[in-house]
Design a protein around this ligand. Structure first.
Ligand code: ASP
Length: 247
């Protein structure tokens, strides 16, 4: 099957996009349910061919780095299975981390199929929800020939960001993500999918290590609290001050 004829595959991992309050109880919608709601808003070929796998549910703060590596493995499987592009539905709190792990695992090469992470800032039952529009946009980006060979992308509120630089800056805005100090790499809207500039090529890393501590130093922190975080781990990343000459 040629990429332009093949299906887009959606991998659902939970998050606010799937949260629904029916007036009495909170429930989690599946990826299958969310995609079925969005199908009527898709072009004919995509409406019929989008496929879905649910791999997790709940808040994204529950995900470990190992879980993020497993999500990346699902993305690889979908691409190996012939998907034209892949969308990952994800809670926004750790979406940038999962997207970056996927970028490390997949790399960026000229023919790599599009991979797009999205989520929502409002729950599904909100009077003005943003999730279904974000899902539709992400599917359109994943199906776009212009997105082949691009970085792993994050698409929310019509903006497309590279996983290499994107970060969440506002937990109360629909436009919660930024690429600052850079611009987003593109946008999606009524005029279609637009991506600027060539992507920077990156190798894929098959053997990522997830047993690594992250320690962010604070003024006055003593050595014992650093050791407690590091001992027994395979490695550590320590975030320090200035040019690190106090470490
Ligand atoms: N708490 C949610 C999560 O990250 C937030 C969201 O999805 O926007 O799962």
């Amino acid at each position: 099957m040629q990429p332009s004829d093949a299906h887009v595959h959606v991998i659902a991992t939970g998050g606010t996009i799937s949260s629904h309050f029916d007036g009495a109880d909170w429930t989690n919608l599946t990826g299958v349910e969310l995609v079925d709601e969005v199908r009527p808003a898709l072009p004919d070929d995509l409406r019929r061919s989008v496929t879905v796998t649910d791999v997790a549910s709940g808040p994204s703060s529950n995900l470990s780095v190992g879980d993020m590596m497993r999500i990346a493995a699902h993305v690889c499987d979908a691409i190996d299975g012939g998907a034209r592009g892949v969308v990952v539905l994800h809670g926004t709190d750790t979406l940038e981390l999962s997207a970056f792990v996927a970028q490390l695992v997949l790399g960026v090469g000229p023919t790599r199929r599009p991979v797009v992470f999205t989520g929502s800032m409002r729950v599904h039952s909100h009077p003005l929800p943003d999730g279904l529009a974000n899902l539709r946009d992400a599917i359109l980006v994943a199906a776009s020939d212009a997105a082949v060979g691009r970085e792993v992308m994050v698409c929310l509120d019509g903006r497309i960001h590279s996983a290499e630089v994107v970060h969440k800056i506002d937990a109360s805005s629909l436009d919660a993500f930024t690429s600052a100090p850079f611009d987003p790499i593109g946008h999606v809207g009524a005029d279609g999918v637009h991506l600027a500039g060539p992507a920077t090529q990156r190798p894929a890393f098959a053997d990522l290590e997830d047993d690594v501590a992250f320690v962010s130093l604070t003024p006055g922190m003593d050595a014992s609290s650093i050791s407690a975080a590091i001992i027994g781990r395979r490695g550590a990343v320590v975030e320090g001050f200035g040019n690190l000459n106090e470490i």
